[in-house]
Design a protein around this ligand. Structure first.
Ligand SMILES: NC(=O)c1ccc[n+]([C@@H]2O[C@H](COP(=O)([O-])OP(=O)(O)OC[C@H]3O[C@@H](n4cnc5c(N)ncnc54)[C@H](O)[C@@H]3O)[C@@H](O)[C@H]2O)c1
Ligand SMILES: CC(C)(CO)[C@@H](O)C(=O)[O-]
Length: 301
């Protein structure tokens, strides 16, 4: 397989590096990481160790690829979609968090777009080096559910490189359950400045559970079978399993960078048929912080 990974940050470098054990991989990212990968290859450490030498570039090559794996933050998806238009792609797979990424990619690109959820943990430690902080799995399939020959081709190719992969016919439910987890955990931990474990038995757990229940209700409004209990149980299970983690949104806030709140809590608000007060409040607070930091200037900020 010829694979292009757009967004060679933490997750893109990990998945791209793992894929490079079996496939011809090109990472698209930014210097100094790209420069270092070109000069010295990519080191993977942590729960998986490997040394690989994928191609690396800062612009999308005008070439044919069997797969483009998209791993930018959700707010960069429109730019990713535009840049990927320069390549000839057989398939596109988003492994991003949040809702709406596949639709943005599908709107701009001719290739079939697969939805993905990813529970691997990754962290760029220095240019040219990525740490696998948690072995997980990628689930992938058509965004509207069901089966597709493209998913049946991509899944085994990922498994051939040792990436734990499930080809799933129920991606809408999986994406909404992941959304409920992120809607519950990310903004609450970012605003309260606490590790995920603080949601298990502390006072910050209640707003997290409320946000997850609201996400489940909105999922059901859209015909997706996700109960309140399943969403709350997922938040509690993930918060306990990652109790020492600082969520990705807390890390974004710590680093003074833009968050994925629009694609997470904001996505619940945008799709809700009735009020979702926990998600409305969390979205407004995080957007308010982003606006004060000059990270957004749009009407929603
Ligand atoms: N890191 C994880 O453990 C993890 C796990 C599961 C899901 N995710 C999701 O995966 C996505 C990526 O997360 P991440 O932690 O890897 O983020 P990241 O910020 O580490 O990586 C994104 C990379 O994309 C690059 N990029 C953005 N626009 C670009 C452009 N136009 N050209 C070239 N490079 C560009 C950035 O420079 C950055 O290095 C997010 O949606 C996140 O929620 C991350
Ligand atoms: C699962 C999760 C909430 C763990 O921190 C992660 O998706 C995150 O931080 O975004």
């Amino acid at each position: 397989m010829r694979a292009l990974v757009f967004g060679a940050g933490s997750l893109g470098s990990l998945l791209g590096g793992l894929l490079a054990r079996a496939h011809d991989v090109t990472l698209v990212g930014r210097d100094p990481h790209v420069e270092r990968v070109r000069a010295e290859g990519l080191r993977i450490a942590g729960e998986v160790s490997a040394r690989v030498a994928p191609a690396a570039t800062t612009t999308v090559p005008a070439e044919r690829f069997d797969l483009a794996l998209v791993a930018v933050k959700a707010f960069d998806t429109p730019a990713a979609a535009e840049a990927l238009g320069g390549a000839d792609l057989d398939a596109v797979l988003s492994v991003q968090n949040g809702l709406g990424n596949e639709a943005v990619l599908a709107e701009a690109l001719d290739a079939p777009v697969l939805a993905g959820t990813c529970t691997y943990g990754a962290r760029l430690t220095e240019p040219g080096a990525v740490e696998c902080t948690g072995r997980g799995e990628v689930a992938l399939g058509p965004p509207d559910g069901g089966e597709s020959p493209v998913a049946d081709r991509v899944g085994p190719a990922m498994r051939a490189a040792g990436v734990e992969t499930t080809v799933a016919a129920d991606m809408p439910r999986r994406c909404w359950e992941k959304l409920a987890v992120n809607a519950g955990i990310n903004a609450v931990t970012a605003l309260a400045r606490v590790e995920n474990g603080a949601l298990v038995d502390g006072p910050a757990g209640e707003p997290a559970r409320r946000a997850a229940r609201e996400a489940a209700r909105v999922a059901r409004e859209r015909g997706i079978d996700l109960s309140d209990d399943a969403a709350v149980e997922a938040v509690e299970r993930v918060a306990a399993a990652t109790s020492a983690n600082r969520s990705s949104m807390l890390q974004d806030v710590d680093a003074g960078g833009r968050t994925e709140v629009d694609a997470i809590n904001g996505a619940v608000v945008d799709r809700a048929e009735a009020a979702v007060p926990a998600n409305e409040t969390l979205t407004a607070l995080v957007r308010g912080w982003e606006r004060e930091r000059g990270l957004r200037e749009d009407e929603e900020g």
